[in-house]
Write a protein that binds this ligand. Structure first.
Ligand code: GDP
Ligand code: MG
Length: 185
C-alpha cells in the first residue's frame, strides 16, 4: 500500500541567487539562461516515490518560491506558515547573498516557523568563481540552525537532487518525531 503525504517547502534567498533555476532543475531537469524575476510567489509541485522505514510513500513536494521585494512582505508571511521545510539559497559568487541569509531571511522567517523546522542552505552557482570562504558558510549555517549546507549548480546539475532528497528525508524524520511527541503527551 502506498501512503500519500504532502510536504510544503519554502525557498527563500536574495534575487538572482538561482531559486527558480534550482526548482526547474529539480522538477524538469532543465535550465534557462534568461532571467525573469519572480513576482509574489510561484508554486511548483513534484511527486516522488520514497521508501521510509519500510513503507512506500508517494510524496507531493510543494515548492513555494517566495519573492524578496518589500511590497510582498505580507505574502511572504503566509507562505512561510505551514511549511515543513525551508531552503535558503545563496550565490557563491556574491558573498553578500549569504550575509542576507543570516541578517534578513533568517530574521524574516523565524517568527512564522518552529525553531526546529528542518532547513538547509544551498550554496548555488558552484560552477562560478567563489567569493566566500567555506568556514564562513559553515558559521552562517550553524547560526541559522541549518542541518547542513550543500554546494549546488543549477546550471551544471551539481548537488541539486541530493539536496532535495536530504531535506525530504529530514522532514520525514521530523514529522515522525512530532507525531511520536503528540502520542506520548
Ligand atoms: P532567482 O531570482 O533566485 O529565482 O534566480 P534565477 O533562478 O532566476 O537565476 C538568476 C540568474 O542566475 C539566471 O540568469 C540564471 O540563469 C543564473 N543561474 C542560476 N543558477 C545558476 C548556476 O548554478 N550557475 C550559474 N552560472 N548561473 C546560474
Ligand atoms: Mg525566481
Amino acid at each position: 500500500m502506498t501512503n500519500l503525504v504532502k510536504f510544503k517547502i519554502s525557498i527563500i534567498g536574495d534575487f538572482a541567487t538561482g531559486k527558480t533555476s534550482l526548482i526547474r532543475r529539480y522538477i524538469d531537469n532543465a535550465f534557462a539562461r534568461d532571467y525573469r524575476p519572480t513576482l509574489g510567489s510561484n508554486v511548483f509541485i513534484k511527486k516522488i516515490e520514497i521508501t521510509h522505514k519500510n513503507k512506500q510513500y508517494l510524496v507531493s513536494v510543494n515548492l513555494y518560491e517566495v519573492a524578496g521585494q518589500d511590497r510582498w512582505q505580507t505574502v511572504r508571511k503566509t507562505y512561510y506558515s505551514g511549511s515543513q521545510g525551508l531552503i535558503f539559497v545563496g550565490d557563491l559568487s556574491r558573498k553578500r547573498t549569504f550575509h542576507q541569509i543570516r541578517d534578513f531571511w533568517h530574521v524574516d522567517s523565524k517568527d512564522y516557523i518552529p525553531s526546529d523546522l528542518p532547513r538547509i542552505i544551498l550554496a548555488n552557482k558552484c560552477d562560478l568563481q567563489e567569493d566566500i570562504e567555506d568556514s564562513e558558510i559553515r558559521e552562517i549555517s550553524n547560526h541559522i540552525h541549518a542541518f547542513t549546507h550543500i554546494k549546488t549548480s543549477a546550471k551544471e546539475n551539481i548537488g541539486v537532487n541530493k539536496a532535495f532528497i536530504e531535506l525530504i528525508t529530514k522532514i520525514f524524520n521530523y514529522t515522525d518525531d512530532k507525531s511520536e511527541e503528540s502520542k506520548s503527551s
